[in-house]
Design a protein around this ligand. Structure first.
Ligand code: IPM
Ligand code: MN
Length: 365
């Protein structure tokens, strides 16, 4: 089969990890007889440097004609001036918004061979397997008013955590649908004891729950959730939450898996369904780590696992997705580690070698 894929490496280690993900994708193509037609586009800081905009029209066009988008990372100290006209991150936010990618799936799975390499006790994280569904096109990131201004009494700034009932309804439904395919329990995370937007969130979540009598719903306050993630992560299965809460909680949750370099994500415009291809954007949850860029250090696994999610959700290639995931597991089982997950007695490898090893494991399957 033939597939059009947009590849947006972006900035910093985004470039390093994308190279490896493409390597893996090519291997999958060869092994399973698919042609992946890849088109590269600019996004983020590099796009600002070359075109003046973080999301050039040409990039958006490439994304729109593709079945899926692979994105490395955006941002860097070079573009960090808080008074700059635009920022690399705006490119990513605009892309998510313009493509309607409101559902961000972030699985948190602890690989058994890494449980000694994290900051948490092995017995706490052994067997952890949950998934965050982060609302991605609303809340503080996009709500208006959003501005800075001067007053006689000094400068002020505002961001608005704005949600409509439709936005809440559709994301909570993604949560229920996913919960149906897993443990039939959904945790909706909010701050309903303080925030009005959270009280609407909870109200709508309770209403939607009526359509899913087979799924149990629990409402959890975001501060308690942050605590629960490290206190008893095995308690968690499917969680749904608004944009900013999801951003923060998933960075925290990545520490269970040992490193940000291990966590993949899929951003979708609807509910993922078995056998139905759905357009999506696939990116690791980590950032551009400018200090590690180009040094052959970065862990490409998050990007490679994101690619597996792409094969599954946007291309309906389940067997191929599984092959990539199995290859990652096998390479880790053989003791290969990038610096961020390195442990005593293991073999330290760089970005490219990790990509080679995973590709080889796919070939040899
Ligand atoms: C993420 C990132 C982005 C976000 C940044 C780069 C805009 O942190 O995908 O988690 O905040 O959504
Ligand atoms: Mn983040």
């Amino acid at each position: 089969m033939q597939f059009n894929i947009a590849v947006l490496p972006g900035d910093g280690i985004g470039v390093d990890v994308c190279t490896e993900a493409v390597k893996v994708l090519r291997t999958v193509g060869k092994k399973y007889g698919h042609e992946f037609k890849l088109k590269e586009g600019l996004v983020g800081g590099i796009a600002i440097d070359e075109t003046g905009e973080p999301l050039p029209k040409e990039t958006l066009k490439i994304c729109r004609i593709s079945q899926a988008v692979m994105l490395g990372a955006v941002g860097g100290t070079k573009w960090d001036d808080p008074n700059a006209k635009t920022r690399p991150e705006n490119g990513l936010l605009e892309l998510r918004k313009k493509m309607g990618l409101f559902a961000n799936l972030r699985p948190v799975k602890v690989f058994p061979m890494l449980i000694n390499g994290t900051n948490l006790k092995p017995e706490i994280i052994d067997g952890v397997d949950f998934i965050f569904i982060r609302e991605l096109t609303g809340g503080l990131y996009f709500g208006k008013p959003k501005k800075r201004w001067e007053t006689a009494g000094g400068r002020k700034a505002v961001d608005s955590m704005l949600y409509s009932e439709q936005e809440i309804d559709r994301i909570v439904r993604v949560g229920f649908e996913l919960a149906r395919t897993r443990g039939k329990k959904l945790i909706s995370v909010d701050k309903a004891n303080v925030l009005e937007s959270s009280r609407l969130w909870r109200t709508v979540a309770m209403e939607v729950a009526g359509d899913y009598p087979d799924v149990e719903i629990e409402h959890m306050l975001v501060d308690a959730c942050a605590m629960r993630i490290i206190q008893n992560p095995k308690y968690l299965d499917v969680l749904v939450t608004e944009n900013t809460f999801g951003d923060i909680l998933t960075d925290e949750a990545s520490m269970l898996a040992g490193s940000m370099g291990m966590l993949a994500s899929a951003s979708l415009a609807g509910v993922p369904q078995e056998g139905k291809a759905i357009p999506g954007l696939y990116e690791p949850i980590h950032g551009s780590a400018p200090r590690r860029a180009g040094l052959d250090m970065a862990n490409p696994i998050a990007m490679i696992l994101s690619t597996a999610m792409m094969l599954r959700y946007s291309l309906c290639l389940n067997e191929e997705a599984k092959a990539v995931e199995d290859a990652v597991e096998s390479v880790l089982n053989h003791g290969y580690r990038t610096y961020d997950i390195m442990d005593e007695g293991k073999t330290k490898v760089g970005t490219a070698r990790m990509g080679d090893l995973i590709s080889k494991a796919i070939e040899e399957k």
